[in-house]
Design a protein around this ligand. Structure first.
Ligand SMILES: C[S@@+](CC[C@H](N)C(=O)[O-])C[C@H]1O[C@@H](n2cnc3c(N)ncnc32)[C@H](O)[C@@H]1O
Length: 503
C-alpha cells in the first residue's frame, strides 16, 4: 500500500476509489503570495519548488467551469459550486488583485477538497493545515463539502519567531481545520495525551477539587499524571518552523514538524489505517504515519520533493523504493522515459529534465533550458601536491531529442560563460563521434592526481535504471564524488574535512 505519487493531486485523487482512506492530514499552499525556492546557494539554482501566487487566469476559469459542469450530477460539486458563487460576490467577481487571487486559490482548492471528501471512509477525518490568509474561506468550503455538523476543531498552532510587523501584532499561528466525514468518525484523544507539567487541585484542569477530598484528588493526580493530559485546540508546545529540531530539517521549504502530524495521526487513526497526504512536500505526514505503524500514501507535484523524502525514509526507517514502497510518476525504465517524452506534455518534460538533473546531484536551474543550461552544482577539487583545494562549478544540459553538434558547441560556450570546470551533457539518444571530438577539445580537469574530461556525455539508458548507484562510472567522475548543493554549511563542512586531513 505505501506509495508516493508524483503529479497533480487532482488527477491522482480522482483515480482513487471511494472511501478508501482513513485519515487525511495535509498542508497545501496557503495563498501566501510567495514562491518557494527549493535550494539556496548558487543564484543559478534557485529552482522554484512550488509557487503559491494565484491569478484569475484561464486555468482558474476552466476549473470553475468544470466545477459548474460536475454540479449537474454530483451533490458534492453542487455544494462547492454554490459556495464558490457566494464567495464570488464577497470577492466582487474580481479578475485582478488580491480578491482575484483568492478566487483563483479557492477554485484550485475546491475540487481537491471535494475529492478528499469522496476518498475518505465514513469513519475518516481530515486535518487541513492553513493560515489566517484563507482559513475563513476554506472553512466555508469545508462546511459546504463535509457539513457544518461535521466540523470538529479549529486548531491553533502557535509558535515563536522573529517578526518585522509594524502595523499589526506578529502573526505567529497557523490554523488546522479538523473535520469528520460522518458522526461515526474515529477519534481517540487519549492517543494524543501529553505529559502534565503541573497538576492543580483548583481551577483550570479536569482535576478541579470540587467536592473531592484531598486524598481523592491525590489519587486522581497520580492516575492522570501517568496518563498525561488531553490536548486542547491550541497547540503551543510544538516549536514553529524556525525552531524545528536540527536533525529533522531537510531544507525543503515549508517543512512542518513531525510532532504536529504525529499528534493528528495518533488522535484520529489506528495502527494499520491508511493515511493520505495529497500535498506531502518532503513527507512529514508520511514519516509520522510510518513511525506510528499506519499505511500511507503521499502525493506531490514537484519531483524536487522526491530526493529529500526518499532520503528521510531511508535514514529514519531504512526503507527503499520499489522494495518497501512504490513510487509512481517518474520513470523507472527507458520504456517509461520514452512514453513520457512522447506525450509532449510540457510540464512532464520539465519534470523529466528536473529528474535527470537531480540524478547527478545537481540542482535544476530556474527554468528548464534557462540560458542553455538545466542544472548546476559544486564540488571541491583537490590537488595533493600543492595541498590546495578549489571550488569548482558543474553545469548540465538535458537534451531529449536527437543531439546536434551545434547544441554541444552552445553548451561549451555556456560552460565558458559561467566559468564551469565540468559540464555534463545529458541525452536519451546516442552522441556522434564529432560531438565526442568537440568534448575532447574542452580539455580535462584534475582531482586527487587523476585526470577527467571536462565535458562529458551521459546517455540515460537501461544500464542506469538497472543500477542507479553506478552513476559515477556512467559519467566519468571520481569515485565517491558527491556533487553537492551549495549551501554555506556544506561548504564549511567540506573545508573542515580538508583541514582535518591536513592536520
Ligand atoms: C506547504 S507544502 C507541504 C509541506 C509538507 N507539509 C512538509 O512538511 O514537507 C505544499 C506542497 O504542495 C505541493 N503541491 C502544490 N500543488 C500541488 C498539486 N496540484 N498536486 C500535488 N502537490 C501539490 C507543493 O509542491 C508543496 O510541496
Amino acid at each position: 500500500m505505501n506509495k508516493l505519487y508524483f503529479g497533480d493531486n487532482l488527477e491522482i485523487l480522482r483515480e482513487l476509489d471511494n472511501e478508501r482512506v482513513h485519515l487525511i492530514c495535509t498542508d497545501p499552499p496557503f495563498n501566501s503570495g510567495r514562491d518557494y525556492n527549493a535550494f539556496i546557494g548558487d543564484s543559478l539554482a534557485q529552482k522554484k519548488a512550488f509557487t503559491d501566487t494565484w491569478t484569475w487566469d484561464t486555468a482558474a476559469q476552466d476549473t470553475r467551469a468544470d466545477i459548474e459542469h460536475r454540479a449537474y450530477t454530483s451533490d458534492t460539486y453542487k455544494a462547492l459550486d454554490n459556495c464558490l458563487k457566494g464567495y464570488d460576490l464577497v470577492l466582487q467577481n474580481a479578475v485582478s488583485g488580491s480578491k482575484a487571487a483568492m478566487r483563483a486559490y479557492l477554485a484550485f482548492m475546491g475540487p481537491r477538497l471535494a475529492e478528499m471528501h469522496r476518498v475518505l471512509a465514513p469513519t475518516g477525518s481530515v486535518y487541513l493545515h492553513c493560515d489566517p490568509t484563507a482559513n475563513h474561506y476554506l472553512k466555508g468550503v469545508m462546511d459546504a463539502l463535509f457539513g457544518e455538523e461535521n466540523f470538529r476543531n479549529e486548531i491553533v498552532w502557535g509558535y515563536k519567531g522573529p517578526s518585522s510587523a509594524k502595523r499589526w501584532f506578529p502573526r505567529k499561528h497557523d490554523i488546522i481545520l479538523f473535520y469528520a466525514k460522518t458522526v461515526s468518525a474515529f477519534f481517540n484523544p487519549d492517543g494524543a495525551r501529553v505529559p502534565y507539567t503541573r497538576v492543580t487541585r483548583t481551577g483550570g484542569s479536569s482535576l478541579a477539587r470540587g467536592s473531592r477530598t484531598r486524598e481523592e484528588v491525590k489519587a486522581l493526580e497520580a492516575a492522570y499524571t501517568e496518563r498525561g493530559k488531553l490536548v486542547e485546540d491550541y497547540w503551543v508546545d510544538i516549536p514553529g518552523p524556525g525552531h524545528m529540531p536540527k536533525r529533522e530539517r531537510l531544507g525543503y521549504p515549508t517543512q512542518k514538524p513531525l510532532a504536529l502530524y504525529e499528534r493528528m495521526i495518533k488522535a484520529s487513526s489506528n495502527e494499520g489505517d491508511i493515511v493520505l497526504d495529497p500535498f506531502c512536500g518532503c513527507g512529514t505526514t508520511i514519516d509520522a504515519a510510518h513511525t506510528l505503524k499506519r499505511q500511507w500514501m503521499g502525493i506531490d507535484i514537484t519531483i524536487l520533493a522526491l530526493d529529500p523524502m526518499r532520503q528521510r525514509l531511508a535514514d529514519r526507517h531504512g526503507l527503499q523504493p520499489s522494495i518497501d514502497y512504490q513510487i509512481e510518476g517518474y520513470p523507472t525504465n527507458m520504456q517509461e522515459v520514452r512514453r513520457l517524452l512522447k506525450e509532449g506534455d510540457k510540464r512532464k518534460y520539465h519534470d523529466f529534465s528536473n529528474w535527470a538533473v537531480t540524478r547527478l546531484g545537481l540542482r535544476p536551474t530556474k527554468d528548464v533550458g534557462d540560458g542553455g543550461l538545466d542544472g548546476v552544482g559544486h564540488v571541491t577539487l583537490w590537488n595533493p601536491q600543492q595541498m590546495k583545494e578549489t571550488n569548482a562549478r558543474i553545469l548540465t544540459k538535458v537534451k531529449t531529442g536527437k543531439p546536434t553538434i551545434t547544441q554541444v558547441r552552445a553548451f561549451c560556450h555556456v560552460m565558458d560563460q559561467h566559468n564551469a570546470e565540468v559540464g555534463i551533457f545529458i541525452t536519451i539518444e546516442p552522441v556522434s563521434a564529432k560531438m565526442r571530438q568537440e568534448a575532447e577539445n574542452m580539455g580535462s580537469f584534475e582531482h586527487n592526481q587523476k585526470t577527467y574530461p571536462r565535458l562529458q556525455f551521459w546517455q540515460i539508458d537501461d544500464a542506469y535504471f538497472n543500477n542507479p548507484d553506478s552513476i559515477n562510472t556512467l559519467v566519468r567522475l571520481p569515485d565517491a564524488w558527491r556533487i553537492r548543493p551549495t549551501q554555506k554549511s556544506e561548504r564549511h563542512f567540506e573545508n573542515r574535512q580538508m583541514q582535518l586531513l591536513r592536520a
